[in-house]
Ligand binder design. Structure first.
Ligand code: ZN
Length: 62
């Protein structure tokens, strides 16, 4: 029995990516694509309106 690595489409660049244990960046094709996706996700999170303005009092630096 031979295991055929599954091929998926890289969500970032759209090229073929190997969905296997040998590819630590799966389902992305490369570290670059993974980082790009994470970056987009993070910037998406930062779009949330500022609601956490209620800081704890007495925690200011002199
Ligand atoms: Zn890619």
């Amino acid at each position: 029995m031979s295991q055929v690595p599954k091929q998926v489409t890289c969500p970032t660049c759209g090229s073929a990516s190997l969905y296997a244990a040998t590819n630590p960046y799966r389902p992305f094709c490369s570290e670059r694509c993974k980082q790009m996706d994470l970056g987009a996700w993070a910037s998406e999170q930062f779009k949330v309106p500022e609601q956490a303005s209620d800081r704890e009092p007495g925690f200011e630096e002199h």
